[in-house]
Design a protein around this ligand. Structure first.
Ligand code: TYD
Length: 143
């Protein structure tokens, strides 16, 4: 369940997820259509990330993603071609929803970082913009 939502740019939303806690610990539930605002066709997770490396550095023509840091922390830079913002994903109740044509980079991974990503489609290299200048051109043309 989403307890609060913050719009970062038109195509990026950060949410604080409701923690259901009791004396045994904590639980967070995510429901497709309620919390994750698209049909999930793929999930993947990033872990065991080496110190000092960055990941991401791409945008997508169409793909939507919903990202949660289950353990540890990392910083995500989001860029809509005009504005850039860095956000710490440092709690398992913080989620970020990224829609199309947003450049993203992940930096400063802690050793224990586990990043879970839900995606709106299967893996398709043809949907990637991996070059920043191509991304800026696509923003001008399609955004
Ligand atoms: P890459 O896009 O470089 O990951 P990141 O954006 O986190 O830096 O992907 C690394 C490799 O994994 C690349 O060869 C493509 C492959 N891959 C899949 O096969 N399926 C997937 O769902 C993803 C995200 C990547």
């Amino acid at each position: 369940m989403i307890s609060s939502v913050l719009a970062l740019t038109g195509n990026v939303t950060s949410s604080e997820l409701q923690i259901i806690g009791d004396d045994r610990g904590s639980l967070i539930a995510l429901e497709q259509g309620r919390d994750i605002p698209f049909d999930v066709r793929r999930a993947y997770y990033i872990f065991n990330t080496k110190t000092g490396v960055s990941r991401g550095s791409h945008a997508h023509f169409r793909l939507e993603q919903y990202i949660i840091c289950l353990s540890g922390k990392c910083k995500i830079l989001i860029d809509d071609g005009v504005t850039q913002e860095s956000i710490w994903l440092d709690a398992p109740n913080k989620a970020i929803h990224i829609k199309k044509l947003i450049w993203r980079e992940m930096h400063d991974f802690s050793e224990d970082c586990v990043l879970l990503v839900f995606a709106s489609n299967h893996y398709d290299e043809g949907d990637y913009l991996r070059n920043y200048d191509d991304f800026l051109r696509a923003v001008k043309r399609y955004a």
